[in-house]
Structures are given as C-alpha cells and as structure tokens.
Design a protein. Sequence first.
Length: 527
Amino acid sequence: MCILVVGEQPLSIEDIIDVAKNNVKVALPESTEWKALIQRGADFLDQLLEDEGVIYGVTTGYGDSCLVEVPPHQVHELPLHLTRFHGCGLGQNLDLVTARAVVITRLCSLARGYSGVSLTLLERLVWMLNENIIPVIPSEGSVGASGDLTPLSYIAGALVGERNVYWNDESKIIPISTIYEKQNIQALVLRPKEGLALMNGTAVMTAIACLNYKKAEQISLTSTLVTAMNILALEGNPSHFDEVLFAQKPHVGQQKIALQLRQWLNSEVQTAHQSPRLQDRYSLRCAPHVIGVFEDSKVWLRQFIENELNSSNDNPLIDPVNLRVLHGGHFYGGHIAQAMDSLKIMIANIADLMDRQLAQLVDHKMNHGLPQNLTGASHERLPLNHGFKAVQIGVSAWTAEALKQTIAASIFSRSTECHNQDKVSMGTIAARDASRVIILTEQVIAALCCACVQAIQLKGLSQNLSQVLTQFQNWVLESFTFVEEDRPLQQDLQNLVDRFEQLSLLQSAILQSPHLDSVKMENEHAC
C-alpha cells in the first residue's frame, strides 16, 4: 500500500480522498528540519509558561472567558475541560469515510508546525488513521468559527480516551478506552494548547468539501453522458454543440461539455434519426451551459478548498521561526462556506436539468415516438403498465428538495458565545447542505441512467452507440435491466447510487479515449 507523507508538502483533494477511503497509509516526515520545527513550537510554549507569559487558551479561559486567568497548577487540566464541555454534538454521525477525511485534514494543518503541538500528538493521529481507529463524530453543532469546535472535540476526546470510535469498519463502534486497554496503550495527555489546536480549526467543513468536490465531478461526467443518450433517444439536433458556435462564447468548461457531446454522439445515427424540429428544448440544447458552470468553477473551487486544507487555521498560531504568539481569526471558514454555497447551487441546477430531460422522455407529446412513460410493455399489456411514471414523480420530488436546499448558509451568521463569536461563517452547515444536494442529485441521475438506457433500447439504438456511450450503457446495465412489465425499481436505483464511486474507473477509461485528447488538453490548460 502506498504511503502519504504529511507535513512538508501540500496535500490535494485527491490525497484526502485516498486517505478517507483507506487506500493509503499515512506517515510523518523523517527530515530533521521538520522535526526540529515541530519541537521548536512546543519548546517555545513551554518557555512562555515558565516565564508566566499570558497565552490565550493556555493560561486563560476560552472565547469570552479570555479574561479569566488560569492558575499555573491548573494549566494542564484546561485542554481536558475543553474537550469535555464541547462534547454536546447531536445529529447523524459522520460516516467512517468522512470521519477519516476529518482526521487527515486536521493532521495536515497541525503538521505544518505553526500550532505548537508535540510530535507525540501528530504520531497518535497517524496511528488512528493507519489502525483505522476513527472517532465517531456527530455532524451537528458547529457554526464554522471558532472553527469546528464541537465536532472536532470528538477527535480530542478520543485521544484522551473518553469517546467512542469506529474500529476497522462502520459497524463496530466501541469506546476507545477499550482499545487502549487491549493494546496496552496509554491515553494521550494533552499538552497546553493541544486541545485548542485540535478543535479550533476548519477540518470538518474542509474534509466534507473535499468529498463533495469529487462527487460533483462524477455528477458532471454522468449528467453529460445521460444528456448524450437523451439527445439520441429524443432525435435531437447535434448542431447545437457545433465547435464554431461554442468558440463564440469561450468559457472553457462549457466548451469541454460541448466537445464531449459532439464526440460521444454517433453523428451518422444522429443525422438519420434527427427530428425536423429546428431547435431542441433548452434542457438538451443548453446542457453545456448548465453543466459547464461547474466545470468552469472547478479551478476556483479547488483553489479555495486546497488553500484551506493546507493552512494553519487554529488560534493562536505559534510561530516556531520567530518565536511569537500570533492571535488572529484563521478558524473562520468563509472560503469553504462560499465554495459550498456555490457548489450546491451548481449541482442542484444539474439535478433540475436532468429532471427536465426526464419530463421530455416520459411525455408522449414531446418524446418523438417513444412509448408513454417509457413503458416496454407489449400492445396487449399496455393498459396495465405505467413504466417510469412513478420514477418521474420521484425525480421531481428529489429535484425540488435539492433546489430548496440551495439557500446560502453563509448569510445566516448569528452572534453566539456571549457576542465573542459575533460573526460566524456557517461553513460546516454549507458543506453539509451541499452533501445533501449531492445525494439528492445522485438519486435523480440514477433514475436518468435507467431512463436513458430504456429509451435507447426502445428506439433500437443500442448497437449504434459510440464507444464511450456503449461503455456507459454497459455500466448502467450492471444494475438495471429493461423494464417490460412494471416492477419495483427501488433496488435498481439504489444500486446505481451506491456504485457512483465506481464512476471514477469509467471516467478514467473515457479520458483515455483517443477521441478526447483535445478535451484533456483543454482541461489541463484551464487548470
């Protein structure tokens, strides 16, 4: 298994995904320079304590309690109390993959050397990841400044032996004290400021943002594939994606989607089956303009997310080079909030695009000769069968809920904690909202995957698809079979939703196609 070294080089979204899915092991740098940097920060804090220096969160209370002095003999108890009084999270627990993403994201920040933590703490976080002993983290309770205090307290609490953890897989939840006892490991005793360093940061919202970004890429790919299939099934006009046409509106991501549609459509079959309608409805004709918004936003979305990922975002920071304590507000998750509020709008728009395409497919007044509701029943059995009628209703419901979730969370800042935290980011709520929109959109797309394959088979076009669309059809048919007689489609749909992660393999095959060299070049140029 590959090893990801955390501490000296910036991490990417893909690095976080690899660790979250337990595809790589984690290690700290072996260099003496990095270890010396970590040690200098910890030693500087010790020296300040010896000199009776005033350090926020070390010799004072937290937040509005910063004027409360903590006596020297109680300084070492303060981090433990921080982990305990923040143990009030509620809501659904983060799943194992997301919780692993949170731990590696926090490690990435602390290992930069500007948080004043010890090497021992960093090594314990590495141990958690490599042994797959991951804190159970409730998803609700953060306003996104001072960072993700309450959810991150579940990492700190596990380190000190007081919380539950996933052990090896999501079905096994046990107290970490049991694991410490079985493996004869001592619970960590947090040094001054280490509780604050663990909790006062943006790791939860950033970790969720990394996962959301990759899922959004899969949604963009699949919705483009579905659109190509539906253009064929609905006898659409391929000239809507003309190269010269799109050169006149030079959004690179939008051009990429148009190029993919041109190359994935089999132009000979398309021309033979094209309807006399001069212009297709917007949900076909304007698909590049809808999906392309996300494709063109990927550059700044990645920049926002990866900059936050590779930042020191607790407070105060400990400068190990100039030996200074720097008080600031890097725990504020405004960039992640903006990225996730924007992402959820882009993805919900794709859900709405798919919803409108399905409306065309099932309606005999506009589906160019397809059976009503895409039923595959024989003429004799037609009165009994309703095909995709209920699926279309479900898609409408999921789309409506996704659109409802798009109101910006970041505008709902509210003063809290005795008006110390009087302006907060709501970044974690924005990220969770985006996750919900993504799940709903995946459900919509799962339905469209089935519907577009059903439509293609009803039109007898399966053998005339381009190589890429043939690969996509085969991928869908691993979970879906042609609907001749009505049957429950819940399991077909859920299987496709569960398999969306496998789309990365299909995506790799597609992007290796010689027909898409120009797409890759365009995308690389954009990045």
